[in-house]
Design a protein around this ligand. Sequence first.
Ligand code: TEU
Ligand code: CA
Length: 558
Amino acid sequence: MSDWWKKSTVYQVYPQSFKDSNGDGIGDLPGITEKMSYLQQLGINAIWLNPIYQSPLVDNGYDISDYYKINPIYGTMDDFKTMLEAAHEHGIKLIMDLVVNHTSDQHHWFKESKKSRDNPFSDYYIWRDPKPDGSAPNNWGASFGGSAWEYVPERGQYYLHLYAPQQPDLNWENPNMRQKIYAMMRFWFDMGVNGFRMDTINLLSKDQSFPDAPLMPNSQYGTAYAGSANGPRIHEFLQEMNREVLSKYDVMTVGETPHTTADEAALYVDPKRHELNMVFQFEHMHVDYGEFGRYSTVRFKLSDLRASMAHWQTSLTNRGWNSLFLNNHDQPRMVSRFGDDQQFRVQSAKMLAIILHLQQGTPFVFQGEELGMTNVKFNSIEQFRDLEAKNNFHSLLSKGLSEGEVMKMIRHKSRDNSRTPMQWNTSVNAGFTTGTPWIETNPNYGTINAASEIEDQDSVFNFYKGLISLRSKYDIITDGRFDLINPNDSAIFGFTRKLGNQILVVLGSFMNAKVKAELPDELATGDAKLLIGNYGTPAKLATRMYLKPYEGVAYLIN
Ligand code: TEU
Ligand code: CA
C-alpha cells in the first residue's frame, strides 16, 4: 500500500453549490463531471465529495436515509459512475464522505428501530429510559441546539442525537450494525472509490454510563463531547473497521475528530495502530471563539493560530500525518477570517495558502478558496439556509443579545459563507446555474470568478496552481522537519522545513502594512532560491527583510 495521499492535494467539492447542469438551482454530479478538466488544470490529485447519498437534506446530506442510493437531486447512479470514471481519466482520485455516527430518521433502520424494543433493528440506535420524572436520560445538548435526547412514545424511550433530532446516533455497541456499515464501505470501494472522509468519526463510542456533562458556555445543556469524543471503544472499532475493510484496499482515510488533542490524534494516525491515515482537528478553528462559543465576532490573534498549528506539526512528527486546512463547508471563508477580504484580498489569500501548504501534511482546498472567494454579506436571516445559523439566531436572541449583534455574529461565522455558489464566470448567478440558486450567489462574482482568474497570471487561481505543483517536485515539502522561526513575532508566521542539507524558509506577514522581519544568520546565508512569493518583487532573504502587506515568500536553501 502506497502513501500516495502524502503527495496529494485534495480539493473539496460541496456538490450542492459547485455546478448545476440542469437549471434546477442545485449543483449536481453531471456538473462536477463537466468541471473535471478545471480541477485537472488546477493540479489537484483527489476530490473529497460531501455527501451525495439519498437524504431528506435536513443537514445538507449529513442525514442519510439510504447509503446505497444517490440523492436524485444530484443525479443517478449512472451519473455517479460517469463522474468517477471522468475523475480517474483526469488523474483525480475520489474520496467520499462516510457518515456513520448517525443516519437520517428516515432511514429504514430507524423507522423500524423506533417501533418497538424487540425487533431486529431495536438496538441499531441509542435508546434509554426516561428519568423517573420523565425527563431526558442526561443533560447533554445537541450540536445544533436543544437537548440531545428525543422522546418516542411508541417505545416509551428517548433516543440520542448529537446533532439534529432528525439525525439519530447509531449504536456502535451493536456488532450486527457495524457489519452492515462495513459491507456498505466495501460496496463503494469495490466500485472504485479511493477513500473516505469520515464524519465525526471520534464520536462513535459513547460512555455507556451516559454521565451528565459540564454545561456549555451560556447554556442549560452539558457538552455531549465529554461523554462521546474519543470514547472507551473508539480505537477498537476503528481497528476492526481497518481489519475488515480498509486494509483490503489502497485507499485514503481522513477522520473528522472534533474536540481532540494532538496526543489523542496520534492514536488515530499512528501507522502502527492501523486505524486512519489522518484526521481533521479543529483546535486552530477555535482561536476566534467568543463567550457564546463558535458564533462570535472575535478576531483571532496570530500568536494563537501559529501556536496551535505549530503544536500539531511538532506533536505528530514521526508519529503520524497531519491534514492541513483553513476552510471547509462548516467554516467561514479563510480570507475573510484570517486575511483581509477587501484591499489585500488577493495578497492575503495567497499568503495564507503558502503558510498552509508548506507545512507538513496533506492540504485540503475548499471549492472557491483557489479563487479567493469571501464571506457573503447576507443582511437578513431569511437569506441563510443552514439550520445551524437559524437555530443559533433564535437561541442567541433568547439570551438577550440585540438582533444587530446576533446578525453580525452569524454573518462572521455561518457555515453558509462557504456554501454560496461557486463563482465560475461573470454571467448571471456566476455561471453556477441558469435557474434560481438554492442559496444566493455572493454578489462579488463580477470580480471574483474562475474565468477571469484563469486568464490573469497574477490571480489567486494561478498562484494555487503554482503552489500545488511544488508538492510533487520538492520532497522537503512532504518530508522536511518543521520548526518555527521567531515564535513570538507579532506580525509574521515564519517556519523552516529541513531535509538533509536543504532548508525551506517560509514567511507570511499577517499585517496590512509593511513590516520588518529579522532572521537568524544561518537562514540568511547560502544559495537561496525563491520557490514562490505573492508579490512581483518579493522580499529578498536576508537577516533583515521588509515584508509588504500580507506578503508571503518561500525560499529554498541548498
Ligand atoms: O461536522 C461535525 C462537527 O464537528 C460540527 O460540530 C462542526 O464543527 C459544526 O458544523 C461547526 O458548526 C460534521 C459535518 O462536517 C457537518 O457539516 C455536519 O453538520 C455534522 O458533522 C453532522 O453530520
Ligand atoms: Ca441540478
